[in-house]
Design a protein around this ligand. Structure first.
Ligand SMILES: *Cc1c(COP(=O)(O)O)cnc(C)c1O
Length: 438
């Protein structure tokens, strides 16, 4: 038995892998990864896989990234961790200040993963209304096909059946508003017109129920888990107006789309000048550390913050996670922001995205709904193979590519460091994987 096959065996016996029916691994092997470099992951035998999904959407500047590594190393010699209740440290202060300057939302509350950021935003919104004398505002709105994480509170505002159905008895009721996903527009209806139609449906609901509504939570511009559903920014502008008119918070879940993914540093910037023009809360995680360490943050307004500032302890936000504001993770996040400040990453990405767009246009494949928002390129495949997603994933691995189709949607969400050769491989291996799984 080779070293890597014994590792696979041990993994299946001891590790309960996420988002996986473990029994399926009787037939489909795990992939043991031993190192990464740039956009590539390498298995124990040295075989390379181009990471077209940025390792579940977290990696921004590639694996083994020198500046991020150096920042974590330097921090490691200073302070690995200290609790953030009663204590503070330079990396968390510096990061909070920079994020405030970038978003216009000046108060940062930290968690360790995306789902906990969602929980924090929901709890804070509810608690804000309670502290300000509106205790009936207890319910949340989200969009159809939304995804906000898988803890119970986050799952309650998520609308992806395979994740929610089993746990429905445990979840707080919440209403899902029509998704502005451009693919759902009527024949001949523009994405702009369709977004406005969805905003109108939102307004009708809010006008009727606002007395009991605390917040609307949305994934700005791209609903990732829905299959990279993209929509027109006018929806965010209208949603913002409606939320303001009827006194609801707007929570922007930019866990997947933040940090340049959609072509602007934050997706909300395509609807307003700054994030604070659109949202009362923004949730950030995934790319925040460049994909190095778990960290999440909820940024909010001074208005929200002041509603908790009081002599009474229970009016405060008594929420905590052990690793809140971990210094190593904050140092990785600062290095990530430094990479954005150091060069014009967004315009470099525009060129890469343009090339990827042209490559898709040249495919001789049964593609539908080709779409792109910054460094997310997606299309749907017209196929009768009910196992398309799985077969395409397996065929891509054979071809040295990590691709994880969602249903019939194939998408690229690569790190921002693709070389010309990487791009050529991505385009070629994706085509091969699709052809083999139609
Ligand atoms: C991934 C994701 C989450 C949850 O983040 P985790 O770190 O996986 O808990 C929440 N919202 C969106 C939009 C996401 O993509």
């Amino acid at each position: 038995m080779s070293r890597s096959s014994s590792l696979l065996q041990r993994s299946l016996q001891s590790v309960w892998h996420p988002c996986t029916q473990m029994k399926h691994h009787e037939r489909y092997p795990l992939v043991p990864i031993s190192r990464g470099e740039g956009a590539w992951l390498f298995d124990a035998d040295g075989k390379g896989y181009l990471d077209a999904v940025s390792s579940w959407w977290v990696n921004l500047f590639g694996h083994n990234q020198p500046q991020i590594k150096a920042a974590i190393r330097a921090q490691l010699d200073q302070l690995e961790h200290v609790m953030l209740a009663g204590f503070t440290h330079a990396p968390v202060v510096e990061l909070s200040e920079q994020l405030a300057a970038l978003t216009g939302l000046g108060h940062a509350f930290y968690g360790s993963d995306g789902a906990s950021a969602t929980e924090i935003a929901l709890k804070m919104s509810f608690h804000y209304w309670r502290n300000t004398g509106q205790p009936h505002k207890t319910k949340f709105l989200s969009l159809q096909n939304s995804y906000h994480g898988e803890t119970l509170g986050a799952l309650a505002v998520t609308d992806v059946a395979i994740f929610t159905d089993t746990y429905a008895p445990l979840l707080q009721q919440s209403a899902h508003m029509p998704s502005p996903d451009s693919r759902l527009a009527a024949d001949g209806e523009s994405d702009h017109a369709y977004a406005l139609r969805c905003a109108q449906a939102l307004e009708s609901h809010v006008a009727q129920h606002h007395a009991t509504l605390a917040a609307l939570i949305v994934e700005p511009l791209v609903q990732g888990a829905a299959g990279m559903a993209m929509y027109h920014p006018v929806y965010l502008q209208r949603a913002r107006e409606i939320c303001q008119r009827y006194q609801l918070h707007l929570i922007a879940d930019e866990i997947a789309v933040g940090f340049g993914r959609t072509g602007t540093l934050f997706a909300c910037e395509q609807a307003g000048e700054r994030v604070s023009d659109i949202a009362d809360f923004i949730c950030l995680s995934k790319g925040i550390t460049g994909g190095y360490l778990p960290l999440s943050v909820v940024l909010t307004t001074d208005t929200v913050y002041q509603a908790f500032y009081h002599d009474q302890a229970v009016k405060g936000f008594l929420h905590s996670h052990s690793y809140t504001g971990n210094p190593l993770a904050c140092s990785a996040a600062l290095a990530t922001l430094q990479l954005f400040a150091g060069r014009d990453v967004l315009s470099e990405n525009r060129q890469t995205a343009q090339q990827l767009w042209q490559a898709v246009q040249s495919y001789d494949l049964p593609l539908q709904q080709v779409r792109q928002r910054g460094m997310i390129t997606a299309f749907d495949i017209d196929t009768s193979n009910p196992q398309f997603a799985h077969d395409c994933y397996a065929a891509a691995l054979e071809n040295g590519l990590l691709l994880r189709p969602i249903g019939n949607t194939v998408y690229w969400m690569p790190p921002y460091c693709l070389t010309a050769e990487d791009q050529a491989h991505l385009v070629r291996a994706t085509r091969a994987a699709i052809v083999e799984s139609l």
